[in-house]
Ligand binder design. Structure first.
Ligand SMILES: [Zn+2]
Ligand SMILES: [Zn+2]
Length: 173
């Protein structure tokens, strides 16, 4: 297995480096960072003021990929999906491509003072969660498990960046 992180639009290099290192420790596989150069505005909904997650997944599908590669797009804009106010991320298991938004993981988004450590922890958890979907895991009832569904950031902050003992053996590459 190999994970390809694809920053779409402007993402801080330090954040990408940190995420890459943390994911390498958790998944123990090679991780590559390959930016996707595109105009994010093509996924923008002016009425909602948000970007359509599925469209970004579609763009990522166009890239050439080797077998066993899991692709995680990373954006710093607010994402939505039809019938949802917003999404932290979205995964398409069939194509093994997911996308994650960093936007709502920052304390500043809620008018609170910056907390870089907390932000990176949240980004790691949500990245592991989406990659877990690409490894064919569903949502887990264990609130401490990284595969637990986050309705809000409280859920994200409560869970760990690790898979529980039930999810861990169920992962299928
Ligand atoms: Zn999920
Ligand atoms: Zn679990």
């Amino acid at each position: 297995m190999k994970i390809v992180l694809r920053p779409v639009g402007k993402i801080d290099d330090d954040v990408m480096a940190e995420l890459r290192q943390r994911l390498a420790e958790i998944f123990g596989c090679p991780i590559e960072v390959v930016p996707l150069i595109t105009e994010l505005t093509q996924a923008y909904d002016t009425w909602r003021g948000q970007y359509l997650a599925g469209r970004i997944i579609d763009w990522l599908k166009r890239g050439h990929r080797a077998k066993g590669e899991k692709v995680l797009g990373i954006v710093d804009v607010d994402l939505y999906a039809p019938h949802l106010n917003f999404v932290f991320g979205q995964a398409d298991t069939a194509s093994e491509i997911a996308v994650l938004s960093l936007c709502r993981l920052r304390q500043e988004f809620y008018g609170l003072p910056e907390d870089r450590g907390l932000f990176l922890d949240r980004a790691t958890k949500e990245a592991v969660h989406e990659l877990g979907h690409l490894l064919h895991l569903g949502h887990c009832p264990d609130a401490k498990c990284v595969m637990h569904f986050s309705n809000s950031l409280d859920d994200t902050d409560w869970k760990q960046a690790a898979f529980c003992s039930r999810c861990q053996p169920k992962m299928i590459n």
